[in-house]
Design a protein around this ligand. Structure first.
Ligand SMILES: [Mn+2]
Length: 280
């Protein structure tokens, strides 16, 4: 990283409630490459926003947030496991900035009892790609080996290969397509999420779940995606019962800055809404 920390992340670890860390991993991208620059770009764009969040009436600078910087990514799985373990042991909330989506299962594995809400264009349900089980196209498959398919709900899906579809049916992985999300609308979709995934949540946002018109800077863009405001409203709604969050797949070399800015905004909305829901 270039030394820039997430805006208003002034706390030190010991007095923080939220711990941000970057995972600049770009190993298995299949189309456009460059997600390794994601964390740096998200941090830079976080400075575009006011500290004060008017609709939550919260000043982000008053929420104790610590930015640990980037992990070295020499041994991604080990590094992520150790950091998430440390954060959870201290009863803080980990927020991971990617990097490619293959990092998410490593974080999820450290949560004792959790369901996972995923935003993504792709089902990421291949057992392997190019002989690699840790390819970013296998992220949700790896997660469901950790916690079971019934405790995962991908939303915004519009890219699935035949084998993924067969496996999703066989293993009972439910998912919400982007078209279905639009048909339901935010209110009904939120009601469904609360019903299907009650209790403690981990939220993983692959930014390509959003329509490429709003989030063009991604490795594998898919048209007809989710609108950012729907994703924001869902994140805000579930934030108070969410104990881990990641945002992945921002790809700065093909971004006009808006994708990283949106990712930074989701981080702020998650933290702000969680505080609002818990403390106000
Ligand atoms: Mn994706």
């Amino acid at each position: 990283m270039n030394g820039t920390l997430f805006s208003d992340a002034h706390a030190v670890f010991s007095n923080s409630k939220y711990v941000i860390f970057g995972v600049p991993l770009d190993l298995t991208g299949t189309h456009r490459r460059g997600t390794g620059k994601g964390p740096e770009s998200i941090r830079n764009e976080s400075y575009t926003y006011e500290s004060f969040m008017p609709d939550l009436e919260i000043d982000f600078s008053e929420i104790p947030t610590y930015d640990k910087g980037d992990l070295p990514m020499k041994e991604p799985q080990k590094e992520i496991s150790e950091v998430v373990k440390e954060i959870l042991a201290a009863k803080k909330v980990p927020i991971m900035l990617g990097g490619e989506h293959s990092v998410s299962p490593y974080a999820v594995a450290e949560f004792a009892d959790v369901s996972v809400l995923v935003f993504d264009a792709h089902l990421d349900y291949r057992d392997e790609l190019k002989g690699d089980k840790n390819n970013h196209a296998c992220a949700i498959r790896r997660m469901d080996e950790i916690i079971s398919p019934e405790k995962i709900l991908p939303v915004g899906i519009r890219s699935i290969c035949k084998s993924e579809l067969n496996d999703a049916k066989r293993l009972n992985l439910k998912y919400i397509t982007a078209d279905k999300a639009r048909e339901l609308g935010t209110k009904e979709l939120i009601a469904f999420i609360d019903d299907y995934l009650p209790g403690n949540l981990y939220v993983s946002v692959d930014i390509d779940g959003i329509d490429p018109a709003f989030a063009p800077g991604v490795g594998t863009p898919e048209p007809f995606g989710l609108e950012p405001v729907m994703v924001r409203d869902i994140i805000r709604h579930v934030a108070p019962r969410t104990s881990g969050f990641d945002i992945v797949e921002v790809c700065p070399p093909v971004d006009n800055g808006n994708t990283a800015a949106l990712a930074a905004r989701f981080v702020k909305d998650f933290i702000g809404a969680r505080e609002f829901g818990l403390n106000y």
